[in-house]
Design a protein around this ligand. Structure first.
Ligand code: SF4
Ligand code: SF4
Length: 97
């Protein structure tokens, strides 16, 4: 039988390695996922600025999509997205649909 998880915790649950959050793919918590509609994107990067999980992929100053390994589906990006001519470039869709 394997050792219980709590026995592997450090004293005081101190984090000994910096930057270890990358090992935990928290995207599995998500109930809704953001879907990017490129045709409505003006590359303002509001989504990148507001995302609390650094899950918006930006290359050469342009929005390129989402990193679903870490996106928790909070929907802030969709809320803040101005889109083009009143059409949002991010839509939240239920997972598995
Ligand atoms: S907030 Fe919307 S329009 Fe702005 S870069 Fe993100 S997806 Fe594109
Ligand atoms: S849904 Fe939330 S976590 Fe996912 S990309 Fe948008 S702002 Fe980031």
């Amino acid at each position: 039988m394997s050792e219980p998880f709590w026995k592997r915790l450090t004293p005081g649950s101190v984090i000994l390695e910096a930057g270890n959050a990358v090992e935990f793919k928290t995207g599995s918590w998500r109930a809704f996922r953001p879907v990017w509609k490129e045709e409505n994107c003006i590359h303002c990067l509001f989504c990148w600025m507001f995302c609390p999980d650094m899950s918006v992929i930006v290359e050469d100053g342009k929005m390129k999509g989402f990193n679903y390994d870490y996106c928790k589906g909070c929907g802030i990006c969709a809320l803040e997205c101005p889109g083009k001519k009143g059409k949002k470039a991010i839509e939240m869709q239920e997972e598995g649909k």
